[in-house]
Design a protein around this ligand. Structure first.
Ligand code: RM4
Ligand code: MN
Ligand code: MN
Length: 426
């Protein structure tokens, strides 16, 4: 690893006085009980890094690679290990198959453990044809009119579960780009039924302690319909499948201006929210850094998450799958991921600050202005010193991006891997 723990300690020492000043000011404002309560939760909260987003992403027009990208799964794990050492909040990795097939599961699991990492949800891929694949997914996978294509897609998902079992993962995320490009192309009901039957077979292959996440997405460029198009459709599949099936919310997968926080609230209430893919967007499924465009929306989502999870007595850190799904076209992927994790944790901390009793009282009294004040006061409180303090206590860097830059870690990766290294993935 191009980063040693003494370098983190040294960096923190240099910046500790300035940090203390800000932290103590904030802690006095919040009171020690609130401060410690939020700190404890922040230290526990981990966000999984996607194996497919450690290299430079691209659009359909091109890809402008950086340098020093991880050339294989081992190097991807090393990159996530580096992120985790810097922020102690990225203690998990989510794999996409076949982009990242673990040939020796046990060895990969050990390698990850050496960095303090575990495996979050496994992702299958039936939205691309692979070089040696027998049948094509051009007209869909689980929805396909040809049973042989459906069987191929089902078997792929079962293979992904088996890879995940070897790694200690506990969930499978299924995202389908099944759908149609033109009106008339597809019988919606038959496509739904065929997809459901395929998912049922995959569900039957799940180990007892596994979950399956059905991810929805409203659109793809060139699409007229998607077969898992919105949370209603995903909820329908998840409900018909059974108690191990849940909906996965990817923040970029809604029609413009959708009220995602309301969707989240109801899915949680119905015990069908399984996990998250964090990213941000302005127009479509842009996969930009979490919190970079609509930070207030991210806060409002966390506000519902905290409220809903507390109502059901859930563990914030472990009862839902927290994952990033992003693509980095112009930034260093590692810096971008550090920024995403920071934004997610900031929104979480702000949501933890909301005075829920006062909020309910304002709602009961129809005191709209008071309710708005309560939310906005939490959102407008600068909790960054609290995040830094949580990192300090967890032996992470006070400022992860700052240290990453100070040590020129990208250059070290370029020296080790070369300028032309290209990662598999988006
Ligand atoms: C999709 C979706 C899936 C991700 C692929 C790469 O838009 O978000 O979660 O696996 O992209
Ligand atoms: Mn996603
Ligand atoms: Mn997406």
């Amino acid at each position: 690893m191009p980063l040693e723990s003494y370098q983190i300690a040294q960096y923190n020492q240099q910046h500790e006085v300035a940090h203390r000043r800000k932290f103590e000011f904030l802690a006095e404002e919040l009171g020690s009980e609130t401060t410690e309560r939020i700190l404890g939760k922040l230290i526990d909260f981990q966000i999984a890094i996607p194996s497919w987003a450690l290299g430079t992403g691209g659009t359909r027009f091109g890809r402008f690679a950086g340098g020093g990208e991880p050339r294989n799964l081992e190097e991807k794990i090393a990159d996530v290990g580096l992120l985790h050492a810097l922020n102690r909040s990225s203690g998990a990795i989510s794999l996409h198959i076949p982009w990242d097939i673990p040939t020796d599961g046990e060895a990969i699991k050990q390698l990850a453990a050496s960095y303090g990492l575990v495996f979050d949800a496994m992702n299958s891929n039936t939205f691309q044809d692979q070089p040696n694949q027998e049948l094509s997914y051009k007209f869909g996978s689980l929805q396909h009119t040809d049973a042989a294509v459906r069987t191929q897609a089902i078997n792929h998902n079962i293979d992904v579960i088996r890879y995940g079992e070897a790694l200690g993962s506990k969930s499978l995320t299924v995202w389908l780009s099944d759908g149609s490009s033109f009106p008339g192309q597809l019988n919606f009901r038959k496509a739904f039924q065929r997809t459901l039957e395929g998912l049922q077979e995959i569900y039957a292959a799940l180990p007892a302690d596994w979950k399956i996440f059905v991810e929805y997405k409203a659109f793809e460029p060139n699409f007229y319909s998607t077969t898992v198009g919105d949370w209603g459709q995903s909820f329908l599949y998840a409900s018909k499948l059974g108690p191990k099936a849940y909906t996965l919310v990817d923040l970029g997968h809604h029609l413009p201006n959708a009220n995602i926080e309301q969707i989240v609230s109801l899915l949680l209430m119905e015990e069908k929210l399984g996990g998250f893919h964090f990213n941000d967007s302005k127009y479509g499924d842009d996969d930009l850094t979490a919190g970079s465009i609509k930070p207030y929306q991210l806060f409002l989502i966390f506000n519902e998450l905290v409220d809903g999870m507390d109502t059901r007595g859930m563990n914030h850190a472990s009862d839902l799958g927290w994952m990033i799904d992003a693509s980095h076209n112009v930034k260093d992927p590692l810096e971008d991921l550090l920024q995403s994790v920071e934004a997610i944790k900031l929104a979480y901390a702000q949501a933890l600050l909301v005075d829920r009793l006062a909020l309910e009282e304002a709602r009961t009294n129809n005191d709209v202005a008071a309710a708005q004040e309560l939310l906005q006061n939490a959102f407008r409180t600068d909790l960054r010193p609290l995040l830094a303090e949580a990192r300090l206590r967890a032996d992470a860097a006070l400022n992860p991006v700052g240290l990453y830059r100070e040590l020129s870690l990208r250059n070290k990766l370029i020296e080790a891997r070369g300028l032309k290294a290209v990662a598999t993935g988006l």
